[in-house]
Design a protein around this ligand. Structure first.
Ligand SMILES: Nc1ncnc2c1ncn2[C@@H]1O[C@H](COP(=O)(O)OP(=O)(O)OP(=O)(O)O)[C@@H](O)[C@H]1O
Length: 312
């Protein structure tokens, strides 16, 4: 059964915003399944529905239709008390704006200790030290956020997010305000946390380079997951580890899939396509045969067209 070890399970999620009589379908039947311990990047252009999805997964917003379950908690009709417990214990968050992650008047160590205090944890100091150490920030324990670089702040933010040992870590553009090298550094730190603690990790971003740091990248387009890239390491002929990646289209329960944009434009596909079921694959053809330069071919129906006047 699909849900047994799943930590994120979204089925046909729909979110419609209605403002001043205009409806926007931000999510249009989105499906997402993440197994426990998995680390995935959800990548999509601006307006594709990333924040809408994250707001639902973090319990801030509820979907118009469909279901979402995170760490075994059904989010569709979460009551207030249960929501607070969910946000405090089941999930951890890292937001893009460093100011949203850390309190400016507390030191790094105090920031990490705060969620532990709120949940009544024991041995808070030792736990905070252990977390700062895990994120490579032990030497920064006494500094306030303003005395830390952007990358250091995000590392401490990860320590804060996982302080209460949640099952799931949700990160919204965690590297959005960082340069390329610092981004890579923070993403490596998140991956180490994922590997070390087994926390299920979802990174939501518009930055396609994040894919290089995760084994699974899910593309979101027009409010739906459209394609996935899976990466794996294999030993090459010379005995060296090599990274392979493969792209898949997502097929939903109704049999729908989105073709990648470049396939559609390269073959000048529009409105309808011809399908052909072969022994081991399905062929998808433009309805009018197209040459590689994108121009439709001349198309004759029969070799010797019948002259209608001859038949009279
Ligand atoms: N509160 C709202 N009211 C009306 N429309 C909204 C609201 N929030 C988002 N939308 C619309 O829903 C769609 C998805 O927006 P969303 O913010 O989820 O995209 P995004 O992928 O997070 O984009 P970005 O990367 O720019 O943050 C967009 O068309 C957006 O204009």
């Amino acid at each position: 059964m699909e849900t047994a070890q799943a930590d994120v399970e979204c089925h046909d999620l729909v979110r419609i915003y209605a403002t001043k009589g205009i409806e926007v379908q931000a999510l249009q039947g989105l499906n997402l399944h993440m197994a426990r311990g998995e680390m995935t990047a959800l990548v999509g252009a601006s307006g594709s529905g990333k924040s809408t999805l994250l707001n639902i997964l973090s319990g801030i917003d509820t979907p118009t239709a469909g279901t979402a379950q995170v760490a075994g908690v059904e989010l569709t009709n979460l009551r207030r008390g249960r929501r607070v417990a969910y946000q405090r214990h089941s999930v951890g968050f890292v937001w893009q704006q460093t100011s949203r992650n850390l309190l400016p008047f507390l030191t790094a160590e105090e920031n990490v200790t705060l969620p532990l205090a709120l949940s009544g944890a024991k041995n808070r100091r030792a736990r905070a030290r252990e977390l700062l150490d895990l994120l490579g920030t032990s030497d920064l324990a006494a500094r306030r956020p303003a005395e830390l670089s952007g990358g250091q702040q995000q590392r401490v933010a990860v320590a804060v997010a996982i302080a209460n040992s949640p099952r799931v870590l949700l990160a919204d553009e965690p590297t959005g305000e960082l340069d390329e090298d610092t981004s890579a550094d923070v993403l490596n730190a998140i991956r180490e946390v994922n590997e070390h603690t087994g926390i299920t990790t979802l990174i939501v971003t518009h930055d396609p380079t994040v894919s290089e740091h995760v084994r699974r990248t899910v593309q979101i387009r027009d409010g739906r997951t459209s394609t996935e890239v899976l990466r794996r390491t294999e030993r090459g002929e010379g005995g060296n580890e090599e990274m392979f990646s493969e792209e898949f289209a997502v097929l939903d329960k109704a049999g729908r899939l989105q073709l990648p944009e470049e396939f559609i434009t390269t073959l000048n596909m529009r409105e309808r396509v011809r399908l052909a079921l072969e022994a081991d694959h399905v062929g998808v053809f433009p309805s009018a045969p197209t040459s590689l330069d994108g121009e439709p071919h001349e198309h004759r129906v029969t070799d010797s067209p019948v002259d209608p006047e001859e038949n009279e």
